[in-house]
Ligand binder design. Structure first.
Ligand SMILES: [Zn+2]
Length: 389
C-alpha cells in the first residue's frame, strides 16, 4: 500500500502514534531532489549507504538486539531497498519518507514536494517529526466547482488532486431561456423563476460544502465557476467558510481534472508567494537591535539555541557546514567546545539540516522560502522571535 499526501490528519496521527509490540520501526527519509540527484543511481547509492549502515549497526553490531527484532529489521531494510530501487519513480517529488515495521504489517510511503535530509532511523516508533514539519508547511485546499445546476468537490494537497462524491446535479433548475423564444415580459418572469432555483441550488451547494468541511477539515477553499456566479455562491457560504476562501478561477464542473489542478496550484502559489512576502517583510522590519527578528546564519543559530525563535525562515535549498554537539543538541557556526559537556564539537556537513531538526524539536515553525528566494539571497536564513533580548 502506498500512502500519498492525501492522507487525512486523523490517519496521519494514527500513523505517527503507532507503537509496535517488541519490534523496531524503520523510518527512512531520502532526498530525491533532481537538482541534487540528477540520476536515479545517485539517490539509490545514498539509500544503499544508509541501509548498509543500519545493517552493520543494528544487525551485525554489538547493540545486543535480540533475534526476532533483528529478523524483523532485516525484512524492513530489504523491503525499503526493493521498493525504492524497484518500480518506484520520483515524479517531480523532492523528498521521500517511508515507514516500515514488517512484523506488524506497518508500511507507509510519502512523496514530498520539498527535499528532506536523508536519514534512516531505527527506533521503537516512527520518527515522524521531519514529515509532520514538511506537511505543516502545506495547506489542504478544497475546490468547489459550481455552475447553475451542478457542483463538484475536489481536494488539493501536496500537488495532488482528488475528486470526492462525484457530480452533484440539481434537477430542479430549469434550462435557461432560449433567446428570442419568449416575449420580453414573460422572459423576465421566467428568468426570475430560474434565478430563484439557481439561488436554491447555490444554497444547497453551500450546505454541502460545509458538510464537506466538517468531514475533511481543509484549510482553505477555492471557488471555481463562471465569474458572475461566484460572488452569489460566496455570499451564501457559511461565514466560517467565507473566511477560508483563498481564491477563485473560471472553470465549471465539466472542466477536465488537469485543468482544475493547474488552476488550483496557481491560486496556491499566489498565496504562498504573498505569505512569504509578508514573513520577509516582518523579518526586515524586526531585524534591528532589540527587534523581534534576526538574519544571517550565526544570529539565527544563536536565537535557536536561546529558545527565542518562533518562525525559522530558510532560503529553499540552502546548505552550509557548521559544528555541533549531537549529544547536547548544541549548534555553532565556529569550531570549539560544547558549553554543556565540554567536549569538542563535531563538524556537521550541513548545519541547516541540524537547525531544522532543532527547530522541529522546539516546535518552531519552519518555512522554506522558495517563491521570493531572492529576498534571502544575502542572509540565507533568519528567524522571527518570540521575545527579544
Ligand atoms: Zn555537549
Amino acid at each position: 500500500m502506498v500512502t500519498t499526501g492525501v492522507m487525512t490528519e486523523a490517519e496521519l496521527k494514527r500513523m505517527v502514534g503507532f507503537t509496535p509490540d517488541g519490534t523496531f520501526v524503520v523510518s527512512l527519509y531520502l532526498n530525491v531532489d533532481g537538482a541534487k540527484h540528477p540520476r536515479l543511481q545517485d539517490y539509490e547509492k545514498e539509500l544503499r549507504g544508509l541501509l548498509h549502515q543500519a545493517e552493520r549497526e543494528w544487525i551485525h553490531g554489538d547493540k545486543g538486539v535480540d533475534k526476532a527484532k533483528r529478523r524483523s529489521l532485516k525484512q524492513d531494510l530489504d523491503k525499503i531497498g526493493a521498493f525504492v530501487t524497484g518500480n518506484w519513480r520520483r515524479d517531480g517529488q523532492k523528498g521521500l519518507a517511508v515507514f516500515s515495521c514488517a512484523a506488524a504489517g506497518f508500511w507507509h510511503v510519502f512523496e514530498l514536494p520539498v527535499g528532506v535530509p536523508s536519514a534512516l532511523i531505527v527506533g521503537d516508533e516512527p520518527y515522524a517529526k521531519t514529515l509532520t514539519a514538511v506537511l505543516d508547511e502545506y495547506k489542504r485546499y478544497c475546490v468547489v466547482s459550481v455552475d447553475r445546476r451542478k457542483a463538484r468537490y475536489f481536494t488539493v494537497y501536496l500537488g495532488e488532486i482528488e475528486e470526492h462524491h462525484g457530480v452533484f446535479v440539481d434537477e430542479r433548475v430549469p434550462d435557461q431561456v432560449k433567446e428570442g423564444e419568449w416575449a420580453s415580459l414573460r422572459q423576465s418572469r421566467i428568468a426570475r423563476h430560474i434565478e430563484d432555483h439557481v439561488l436554491h441550488h447555490l444554497k444547497d451547494v453551500a450546505g454541502l460544502t460545509f458538510n464537506f468541511f466538517l468531514e475533511h477539515s481543509f484549510d482553505r477553499l477555492i471557488l471555481a465557476g463562471r465569474s458572475e456566479l461566484i460572488p452569489k455562491f460566496r455570499a451564501v457560504l457559511h461565514p466560517y467558510l467565507q473566511m477560508r476562501v483563498a481564491g477563485e478561477f473560471q472553470a465549471g464542473p465539466d472542466a477536465p481534472l488537469p485543468e482544475i489542478l493547474k488552476e488550483s496550484l496557481r491560486v496556491e502559489e499566489d498565496i504562498q508567494r504573498r505569505e512569504e512576502e509578508a514573513l520577509l517583510h516582518r523579518l526586515e522590519e524586526e531585524a534591528h537591535p532589540g527587534g523581534l527578528g534576526v538574519t544571517g546564519l550565526r544570529p539565527t543559530v544563536d536565537a535557536l539555541m536561546r529558545g527565542q525563535a518562533h518562525i525559522l525562515l530558510i532560503k529553499a535549498g540552502y546548505a552550509t557546514q557548521g559544528y555541533v554537539c549531537y549529544r547536547d543538541h548544541f549548534l555553532a557556526t565556529a569550531d570549539g567546545v560544547c558549553p554543556v559537556c565540554g567536549g569538542k564539537l563535531s563538524e556537521a556537513p550541513d548545519i541547516v539540516e541540524d537547525m531544522v531538526q532543532l527547530a522541529i524539536n522546539q516546535n518552531v515553525q519552519v518555512e522554506h522560502i522558495s517563491h521570493v528566494a531572492e529576498r534571502l539571497a544575502q542572509d540565507k536564513v533568519g528567524a522571527l522571535l518570540r521575545f527579544g533580548l
